[in-house]
Design a protein around this ligand. Structure first.
Ligand code: NAP
Length: 229
């Protein structure tokens, strides 16, 4: 039975990843900041016969990450999904930048996936697992829009981080890729987004299932198309 780890699992895309992998009969380690408030996630776990477990994890807090690592132990992981993310706040224009909010955005979107990589490398190496970072088209040079500097730079940095990890981990047989989910109806994406979480996650899961080591370090859109750096 494959084991999948998902961060930011209490709502949005993270919750949908848990829902779909659980429905397929997989084992899911679901991490979120506040499990006592994660009603939808806890309900999925309660109905899973013990296959889905819920754990506290603030991806930016060293102590929280260390405690989560001790829960993980050395169990093999097939897929790790670094999904937790933040949009970066209201003031992120060139002439009106909240630098503290930018630092927090980098901590969540860029540095936290590195923390997660550090604590899951050995688990992934057990039998050639996959490290998936949920990035954004807004971090790609194919997206010509301006503004949103904090968010765009965090995701562009994430893409570089994961492509570098792919090189570091190739000899361990671990695939590492950033995947953009498209524009999706979640708290972050808003109601006007064209994709539902079920559509986006369903498509990303197909891409993830088909990944081979030769594709490690490439940048993908949710439907498997190559995304420009
Ligand atoms: N929706 C879109 O259109 C879209 C487009 C491109 C990329 N993305 C990316 O997709 C991923 C998921 O986004 P979403 O649309 O599902 O957003 P969302 O509905 O706003 O959910 C964000 C998730 O990240 C978690 N999170 C934030 N900071 C955290 C921290 N410090 N520690 C642990 N968890 C934290 C949130 O937990 P709390 O509930 O505790 O805040 C929540 O579970 C993000 O990386 C986002 O950048 C989304």
């Amino acid at each position: 039975m494959p084991t999948i780890l998902v961060t930011g699992a209490n709502r949005g895309l993270g919750l949908e990843f848990v829902r779909q992998y659980a429905a397929d009969g997989d084992r899911v380690i679901a991490a979120c900041r506040t499990p006592v408030k994660a009603d939808a996630l806890v309900a999925i776990a309660a109905a899973s016969g013990g296959r889905v477990t819920v754990h506290p994890l603030d991806v930016t807090e060293e102590g929280s990450v260390a405690a989560f690592k001790s829960v993980l132990g050395d169990q093999p992981l097939d897929i790790v999904i670094a999904n937790a993310g933040t949009y970066g706040g209201a003031r992120q224009d060139w002439d009106d930048m909240d630098f503290d909010a930018w630092a927090r955005t980098l901590a969540v979107n860029l540095m936290a996936p590195m923390r997660l990589a550090g604590i899951t490398h050995r688990n992934l190496a057990a039998h050639g697992g996959k490290f998936i970072a949920i990035t954004s088209g807004m971090g790609s040079n194919a997206n010509a829009g301006g503004g949103m500097h904090a968010y765009r730079t965090s995701k562009a940095g994430l893409n570089k981080l994961v492509s570098t990890l792919a090189q570091d981990w190739r000899s361990d047989g671990i695939v590492a890729v950033p995947i953009s989910p498209g524009w999706v109806k979640t708290d972050m994406g808003g109601p006007d987004a064209p994709l539902s979480p079920a559509q986006s996650v369903g498509a990303m899961r197909k891409v993830i299932a088909g990944l081979i080591l030769a594709q490690s370090g490439k940048l993908f859109d949710y439907d498997g198309a190559a995304l420009a750096w």
